[in-house]
Design a protein around this ligand. Structure first.
Ligand code: C2O
Ligand code: CU
Ligand code: CU
Length: 530
């Protein structure tokens, strides 16, 4: 029986029971909104070609991307902010970093170079596994989230390297068109490296997507969103616990929600349909996005690509790590301003130009294809194994969270999840905590089967799941290919996964980075069939 205490305090909307201490915090709402244009990250440029590790006769585009510290303006009225970002030889650094553009089956190589300072500027907790005092403070390793990537290039959390070193990754991109993203994954300090700015977008395109004639070029815009806390000097303010010896906090929620690295930017749009590629890149905040005028959002894709059909949403719920592919039709909004809101906060303003003869709507969303990309259902009967995996919060005697566990195992314990290559499994995520946890598996794409309430107290007493309600199908906008799933509190969330691609060691984890860093991450092995 697990010995963990049941968890009491934290909720999505608030901070945990013991409130972390802040330096004098800037109130983001005191800033004048919509004074900066929305930045669009530059497209990453290769610096040449190199032989493919898979076949030396094939030459692949080769990118050299360095991580560096720099100062960036997040708002007109704030002093420049110290950030960590990514940049090419002639670009950046920026945060978010440059956007990769590639096509399905077109592999590429990236040499990720650590040129960061030797000292971290955010508070490391040396009690955390992998971040002990004998480890270098600044370590980095890049993971391509959503990439079907060989194990040696996947950014294993222990494969970090220090300043002055680099690592070359091979991304074969043999997968459907989708918005992937890259971010830091260094064991024990991942939350700090990403908070400092180490993330960026990565698009895979394919012919199927082309054939749909969705808005493209300047009509397709990435929206990379994450919340931060700033101090009055415009500097990042990562919260710490009241215990100076143990600075880790279980969740970080900032009031400053950035879009593509700016606070409350605006975007001038034409009265026509746009495609927005939204990423929740936050450490821990779940987004609830809507348009201020009540117009619906049309969602056409999810983490791993296009949905079978568009889904009209009043409000989009997006957990950390998840992506949404949206189409917004401004054709009836000529001459007006509309805001994209997160809850009640307007975070991005669209300034819609007046309709003139010159700019007519090229493709109103009423003309969106009614069917997009078929998503063939993986039959439950094809699963050769079902794993029941618990999500557990361990609290101290004052009900403060100490650590978060998957299946009551720690990162350093022997591998317990070892699916066979090309086999299908069902993973039941038994969430015993009071919080939703976005669970992400590297390498694979999966489908959500259902979610179902169970009696948590019973579970702790007897170790068996007693369901207390019917199984609930995933939301319409989750019924596509996913790589991150919201495991809701007090529910068993079932996913079905085909372990395709490569044999080798990968990880699965909660995408709340504070949880991931504090043990809510486990290795898994895809083993070759024998
Ligand atoms: Cu966004 Cu382990 O990844
Ligand atoms: Cu990933
Ligand atoms: Cu979590």
């Amino acid at each position: 029986m697990p010995t963990a205490l049941l968890h009491g305090g934290s909720t999505q909307s608030g901070l945990q029971t013991a409130a972390p201490k802040f330096r004098t915090q800037l109130s983001a709402n005191s800033l004048t909104p919509f004074v900066d244009p929305l930045p669009i990250p530059e497209i990453a440029r290769p610096s040449g070609f190199r032989p493919s590790p898979a076949d030396a006769k094939v030459k692949l585009p080769y990118y050299r991307i360095a991580m560096r510290q720099f100062e960036g303006k997040v708002h007109r009225d704030l002093k420049p902010t110290r950030l960590w970002g990514y940049g090419g030889p002639l670009q950046g650094p920026t945060s978010p970093g440059p956007t990769f553009e590639t096509r399905s089956g077109q592999g590429l190589l990236v040499e990720w170079v650590n040129e960061l300072p030797d000292k971290h500027f955010l508070p490391i907790d040396h009690n955390i596994h992998g971040a002990e005092a004998d480890k270098p403070e600044v370590r980095a390793v890049v993971h391509l989230h959503g990439g079907k990537t060989p194990p040696g290039s996947d950014g294993y959390p222990e494969s970090w390297f220090v300043s002055g070193k680099s690592g070359v990754c091979h991304y074969p991109n043999q997968q459907d068109a989708a918005m992937l993203w890259y971010h830091d994954h260094a064991l024990g300090i991942n939350r700090l490296n990403v908070f400092a700015g180490l993330l960026g977008a990565f698009f895979v395109r394919d012919e199927f997507e082309d054939s749909l004639e969705l808005p493209r070029g300047k009509y397709e815009v990435p929206l990379i969103m994450y919340d931060r806390i700033f101090d009055l000097d415009g500097q990042l303010n990562y919260p710490v616990s009241p215990d100076a010896q143990k600075p880790w906090v279980a969740e970080v929620f900032g009031d400053a929600l950035l879009v593509n690295g700016k606070l409350f930017p605006y975007l001038e749009v034409e009265p026509r349909a746009y495609r927005f590629r939204v990423l929740n890149g936050a450490n821990g905040r779940f987004l609830h996005l809507s348009l201020s005028d009540g117009h619906k959002l049309q969602q056409i894709g999810t983490d791993q690509g296009l949905l079978a059909a568009p889904v009209a949403l009043d409000r989009l719920y997006l957990a950390p790590g998840e992506r949404a592919d949206l189409v917004v039709d401004f054709s009836e909004l000529g001459g007006r301003n509309v805001a994209l809101k997160n809850d009640i906060q307007a975070v991005l303003q669209f300034r819609v130009a007046k309709a003139t003869n010159g700019i007519a709507s090229a493709r109103p969303s009423s003309l969106l294809p009614t069917s997009l990309r078929p998503v063939p259902k993986i039959g439950e009967s094809s699963a050769v194994k079902t794993r029941s995996l618990t999500l557990v919060e361990v609290d101290d005697l004052k009900q403060r969270p100490l650590t978060m566990l998957l299946n009551n195992t720690h990162w350093s314990m022997p591998v317990t999840e070892n699916p066979v290559l090309d086999s299908t499994e069902i993973w039941e995520l038994v969430n015993t905590t009071d919080d939703a946890h976005p669970i992400h598996l590297h390498l694979v794409r999966f489908q959500i089967l259902d979610r179902r309430n169970f009696n948590v107290t019973d579970y702790w007493m007897k170790g068996t799941v007693r369901y207390t309600g019917p199984a609930v199908a995933p939301d319409a906008n989750e019924a596509g290919w996913k790589d991150t799933v919201r495991a809701d509190p007090g529910m068993v969330t079932r996913i079905i996964v085909r372990f395709e691609g490569y044999a080798g060691r990968y990880v699965w984890h909660c995408h709340i980075l504070e949880h991931e860093d504090n043990e809510m991450m486990r290795p898994f092995d895809v083993v070759a069939a024998r």
